[in-house]
Design a binder for this molecule. Sequence first.
Ligand SMILES: [Zn+2]
Length: 186
Amino acid sequence: MKYILLVLVFALGIAVAFELVRALRTYLKFRGKRIVSCPETHEAAGVSVAAGKAAAQALIGAPHLRLSECSRWPEKEACGQECLAQITEAPHACLVSTIVNQWYAGRSCAYCNKPFGEIHWHDHPPALVDEQRKTVQWNEVPVENLQKVMATHLPVCWNCHVAETFRREHPDLVVDRHAEWHGLSR
Ligand SMILES: [Zn+2]
């Protein structure tokens, strides 16, 4: 009897662990900000899936995906969320982090020409620079404008972003005004 009980507890433990792994995988798959083509306007919209809710639903069956935010809300909050089909079809490709990492891949800083290599977003993340040589960080760019910004800006490393910001904000304190510029002449 004791043996049967142990086997049952073990089997139950395995089943629970399996469900938890499934929930975790669902969460990891759907978390993060994404860009979709809004089915109504055919323009870019920044969205997030309610990944925590989907993970909880995955514990008891198939998750029913819903958005937790969209750049077209609150005006369009009652829409049918048809864009979710794009996310389920290619969850990784429409992630903002994927798109931005691909943008930096194989490129070099517009100022110091240093190749970016692997990006470490938690530590001195790279930035962008516009035609007026004004650098901006990614957290200043609305997700829905990401693709437009990537088309009009060039990549800049963290060090050059900090140096350029200082130059811009304190021109009177900067003697060296001849930083090499590899960007907009191309
Ligand atoms: Zn640089």
